[in-house]
Design a protein around this ligand. Sequence first.
Ligand code: 5RP
Length: 291
Amino acid sequence: MADLDDLREGNNFGLGIATTGNRFHVKGAEHLPWGMKDRLSRIFNPKTGRTVMLAFDHGFIMGPTSGLERIDLTIVPLIEYADCLMCTRGILRTMIPPSTNKPICLRSDAGTSILTELNDNVLIDIEDAIRLNVSAMAVMLSIGDAAYEAKTIANLYRAVDRGTRYGIPVMGVTAVGKDMVRDARYFGLASRIAAENGANIVKTYYCDGFEKVVAACPVPVVIAGGKKLPEQEALELCYKAISEGASGVDMGRNVFQSEAPAAMIQAVHAVVHENLKPEMALELFNELKNK
Ligand code: 5RP
């Protein structure tokens, strides 16, 4: 029987005070169910609406590329500074301590390597994503690639259908084929197609006219860092993207190939969450690097 000793009557009903309605902090997610929102809130900080995702899924295409030879030595020490980790299931299971308690954006498709062109594209079994308790699934979209556009759109579609069934958001990753022009028209098209097909987050690249890419995309846009740049340029890139509406970064090489990866991710974090100007962020980077 329930313990009825000292059972107190409620007397604090806030009569006359309207129930607090909370607007959700992630673009385009207002009408999603609770589980989806909970997962998105693990990725996007509810205070700023932004995120610093650390991408280290490159090995699924590139093998042990520079900075990712030993994930345990180079990436694990950075985990504490990231809001979310983007990686493959192989690295997650073997290298990432489950006790880190960070949300995972799981690379959920595969189909190519640096030795070939895209040759097929397969999608993870949703049950494996559930087993890994991921907060999002990342799926590539090859817009403009005559051979694989339809295949990758079909995979995104399937991932969204399955993710929706279990409350797992999907991030559409806009791949850029060699023949594509990296401009706002292309990234705007690819991002919008990702969102229209159900992606809850879009990952794309910064470009001139980026604000139009963001404006026309009904879900949050995060940027990839792309090839390694000098730290100052990478911080300028982050700042411009955030100022023009990006909801964060999903950055890899510009963090883990930096001369001081821990200092770099903290500087990126300050740009993303505190709008720190690039000059100040570079100062912060240098200060942390020399500690
Ligand atoms: C490729 C990816 C990579 O994770 C992505 O490119 C992020 O890394 P980087 O900042 O090094 O470009 O999603 O499809």
